[in-house]
Design a protein around this ligand. Structure first.
Ligand code: ATP
Ligand code: MG
Ligand code: FE
Length: 382
């Protein structure tokens, strides 16, 4: 099926078009620049930007794919989770298109859509089994990746790390059966990067700047906390603690703030605070705790292949440590190109096409955006 996917859950307005598993277009407009001076995404600004970019980005996707709206078989739109106002623009726009062009409409889950990119070919290369990821500077958009050809690998898990999410999912079947194994209980990983960058005065978005700064620093200079790693949270395989597979990054952020404060209190001039060492040590703590917990969750839940998604997938240390630890644990790893890891419409279209192919009933026009849509809700039922 020829499917149009629409994504507006955060600060990217994304329109993607797929034909089955073939990617035809992936047009993305981001309002990131407008959030720079605030050091984080401002929901109202994001929602307004979606409104402005909706039609131009749609047109760009149709032009790139060389198709018309009339030729589209179905439309899929992110209904949640995400920012309420931002989601509402996408959902309202999608309903208008579906109504005007008389197309079936699916309201789908943003997190599961991130996994949906795994079915796309074109970007796919063979490379299954415990594969080493081709490493490179993801931040530069160099797109080092290995993707197994569709269908998705068996016993699949997904690790999603972005500005709004840090989650590990078990994907029993993409269109019908996905469960949440663990998530952050406070800040998302990308949010921690953004906050730490702000307190180091390094700029926004924090991920790429900290990643770059960390290259010049010593990751062992400071020992920052790995949240929820104490035995009382983790427990054992037989008697798991409540937070065995969960993350927490707020304590880490506070520890970095205290570290900077101590230098300031000691009268160290601002330009002599070892920000590169702090950045490298922070990055090491993030990569260490994300990968350790993800690999443990996989091992204990029979997951033998992991797909990485979200903007933090661009992080150099996360990539290298995850590849190393997955390899050691016999877990295959898929790291899609960065433009398909960050929020985009192609992933929404990809999941939509799978829903159509699997005969899942469309959501109709009578659904609302759900900012807290749980991962088990893959597409909204009519
Ligand atoms: P959502 O959470 O809804 O998926 P988002 O807009 O918050 O959306 P993305 O657009 O996927 O998330 O990613 C943006 C985040 O990725 C930012 O927090 C940014 O700091 C982070 N990021 C980007 N590059 C890197 C990097 N090299 N290292 C670490 N974090 C990075
Ligand atoms: Mg974004
Ligand atoms: Fe996302």
């Amino acid at each position: 099926p020829l499917v149009l996917g629409i994504e507006t859950s955060c600060d990217e307005t994304g329109f993607g078009i797929v034909r089955g598993t073939e990617l035809l277009a992936n047009a993305v407009a981001s309002s990131m620049e407008e959030h720079v001076r605030f050091g984080g995404v401002i929901p109202e600004i994001a929602a307004r930007a979606h409104l402005e970019e909706f039609i131009p980005t749609l047109q760009q996707a149709l032009d790139t794919a060389g198709v018309t709206l009339e030729e589209i078989d179905a439309i899929a739109v992110t209904s949640g989770p995400g920012l309420a106002g931002a989601l509402m623009v996408g959902v309202a726009g999608a309903k208008a298109l579906a109504l005007a062009a008389n197309k079936p409409l699916f309201g789908i889950n943003h997190l599961v859509a991130h996994v949906g990119v795994g079915v796309l070919d074109g970007v796919a290369e063979s490379g299954t089994g415990p594969a080493a990821v081709v490493l490179g500077d993801g931040a530069s958009g160099g797109d080092p990746h290995i993707l197994p050809a569709p269908p998705l690998p068996e016993n699949l898990g997904a690790l999603l790390v972005s500005g709004g999410h840090t989650e590990i999912l078990q994907v029993n079947r993409l269109t019908t059966d996905v469960t949440l194994l663990g998530s952050t209980i406070d800040d998302a990983a990308g949010e921690a990067y953004d906050k730490v960058a702000r307190l180091l005065g390094a700029g926004y978005p924090g991920g790429p700047v900290i990643d770059r700064l960390a290259q010049q620093g010593d990751p062992k200079a400071f020992r920052f906390p790995r949240g929820l790693s104490a035995p009382k949270f983790v427990g054992s395989a037989e008697d798991p603690g409540k937070h065995r597979h969960n993350w927490s990054f707020s304590g880490l952020k506070t520890a970095v703030a205290r570290c900077v404060e101590q230098f300031e209190a000691a009268g160290v001039p601002e330009d002599q605070i070892p920000t590169a060492d702090i950045a490298a040590s922070f990055q090491e703590a993030v990569a260490d705790v994300i990968t350790a917990k993800a690999v443990r969750a996989c091992t204990e839940h029979g997951i033998t292949h992991l797909l990485l998604g979200g903007g933090v997938a661009a992080n150099s240390r996360l990539r290298s440590l995850l590849a190393e630890r997955c390899d050691a644990a016999g877990i295959g790893l898929t790291v899609p190109p960065v433009r398909l890891c960050t929020d985009n419409g192609a992933m929404v279209a990809a999941l939509g096409a799978q829903l159509v192919a699997d005969g899942v009933k469309p959501s109709g026009l009578d659904f609302a955006a759900d900012p807290g849509q749980p991962v088990e809700s893959i597409s909204l039922v009519a």
